[in-house]
Unconditional design. Structure first.
Ligand SMILES: [Zn+2]
Ligand SMILES: [Zn+2]
Length: 193
């Protein structure tokens, strides 16, 4: 397609304003390939692809940061959304939903958590990276606490023969329990319900 000089001038103006080939072609009623050919001929580099209006330029961590408020004692409150069922603190980044505590954990450790992420401090609803732990982290920190307060046991098996090295977990107060027995009891409860 050969363009009239006036159209070429209009096209050059659009390119100068940052229009893409597609946008310029649509504005002038020409086809995209012609726009592309004239772009090269007129000496314009490729246009920056527009970022969709609703696509945040923030990173995941930066977006997370916009929903937290620091409170006394190094803890953090969540000011963002909560899921209606169960109240899990969540937010959306680039069309995906993330858990506030999962991202807090990733910010501190640089890795994805294993299992559930909980806050191990005593402030309800805390999302401070320093306060959250995943399954292994929780077992480790609660185990240390259990040892300090004298609740660590020397047993290598629970009463049902599950090895404690693998299955021992701790409640928040440091009291130990067997995760395998716990899971079995859970399954029995569900089967009975
Ligand atoms: Zn906290
Ligand atoms: Zn057990």
């Amino acid at each position: 397609m050969q363009l009239a000089p006036a159209t070429v001038q209009a096209l050059a103006d659009l390119f100068a304003q940052g229009a893409t080939n597609k946008a310029a072609a649509r504005a002038l009623g020409i086809d995209k390939d012609t726009a592309a050919r004239y772009r090269a001929r007129l000496g314009f580099g490729p246009a920056k692809q527009p970022t969709p209006a609703n696509r945040s330029t923030l990173t995941l961590a930066e977006k997370w940061q916009t929903f937290v408020r620091s409170v006394e004692g190094g803890h953090m409150e969540w000011t963002g959304r909560r899921r209606s069922n169960g109240g899990t603190m969540v937010f959306t980044h680039h069309s995906r939903e993330y858990g506030a505590r999962v991202v807090a954990f990733q910010i501190r450790t640089g890795r994805r958590p294993v299992g559930r992420v909980t806050a191990e401090c005593d402030r309800p609803g805390c999302v401070a990276p320093q306060c959250v732990e995943d399954d292994p982290g929780r077992t480790h920190s609660r185990g240390q606490y259990a040892a300090v307060i004298g609740l660590a046991t020397p047993l290598t098996e629970c009463t049902n023969g599950h090895p404690t090295a693998e299955h021992r977990r701790f409640n928040r107060d440091g009291s130990p329990y067997c995760a395998a027995c716990h899971a079995a009891a859970d399954a029995r409860r569900k089967a009975a319900a």
